[in-house]
Design a protein around this ligand. Sequence first.
Ligand code: SF4
Ligand code: SF4
Length: 448
Amino acid sequence: MRKKKGTLRRLRYTILFIFFILLVFYGIRHQVVGGGPAGSPSIHAYCPFGGLETAYLYFTSGEFLRKLYYSNFILLGAVVLLAGVTGAGFCGWICPFGAFQEWLNRLGKKVFKKTYELPKGLDRALRYMKYLVLAVILLFTYKTGKLVFEDYDPFFALFHFKFEELTVGLVILLLLIPISLFLRRAWCRYFCPLGAFLSFFNWMSRFKIIRKADTCVECGACKRVCQMAIQIEKVERVPETHCIKCLECVEVCKYESLILQTPKFLPSTRYVLPVVILILFLGTIGISMASGFWKSKAPAEVAFKIASPDEIRGWMTLRDVARIFHIPEKQLTVKFSIPEEALDMQIRKLDKYGIKEEDVRHKVKELQIQTVEARKKAPSPEDIAGWMTLEDVSVMFDIPVDVLKKRLGLKPEDSPKVQLKSFNDRYPHFPKKVREEVKKILEERKKF
Ligand code: SF4
Ligand code: SF4
């Protein structure tokens, strides 16, 4: 009987911790520096599943889904290679989201001294759920040409480090945290679309875990440490579909009844598995970097190619927005009541003017509608209504807000964002006064 050791687990947790910290670093850096061609890539660029999501668009049009680029294909290639050679070694030794759940579960075990399992039938049925998740995501992504899973993705919610918006992904993450305290790797077992995809390649693996029935006493220790809750003590060979090759079971078995079968040309020690995993994963990335194929963000000409205000991003400036949507810069400074120098600031930094990304998208849409309307019919001062603001009037007739304020006898501190009728208590029939003043200004313009 062999004494229980923890060397392999320590090694695995160290490797997982390094990859976890790396993603935390990339996530925070993106928030601090911002995205875009001059910034830091979003966490999406480091997700192997992104390669699968963008595959259809890339092979049909040569384009990528926004926020995804060549790095996603390279990572997808690396994990598929890993799956074919080692089984789901990526899930057990590299995936930071798997590690996150596993550590929570260890914490739960320490605090509550117990882990729970779902009834066998339910567990078996739920394991197929991830294939449905995979199919639904790919179907909708390929149909819409958008990263639809983003808002539902707990991995993204965790590593994107932007927690102020309550997305479905964040809700799933918040549910997953208490669940993981009691249930082992619930996301990996039941919902992970990447895990589902990799299971199509795991069967090719040359690393197998074999149980020697003649020495096994069916103590169940292996099953208790297995994060994928596999009934190891009942099988001759651990099924590749669910196993993440963490080797916890191999290490815990005091009777040495579980052995890792390695390919013949490799040494038959369990330590060879992490070495192969790291060589294949880091080697693929290293070779792609050395050969110049590793690109994790789109160049400017691609990043600025947007068609809808919904695609405006925080790393863009209002000057970029003006150029992309053919809006006069002056119109934007009036619309947002900002000084001209603010046009060169990233939108995400316009907080000090009370402007958020969402406001910019909304107002650009408004301006687009107004432009279309204006093309149909030139506005008349008679169209001015009490519910409009001074800013609206300014945009409609291209008259600076300051000029309007002066002509209407308003004070500089009067807000141009409030409805015209709200000035009625100071100036009776204020909207009528605005109509008359605008008429005069237009007449004066005609004379010059
Ligand atoms: S394989 Fe080892 S740990 Fe698992 S049941 Fe048999 S003796 Fe126990
Ligand atoms: S069967 Fe063993 S190697 Fe596979 S997931 Fe369970 S504990 Fe890890």
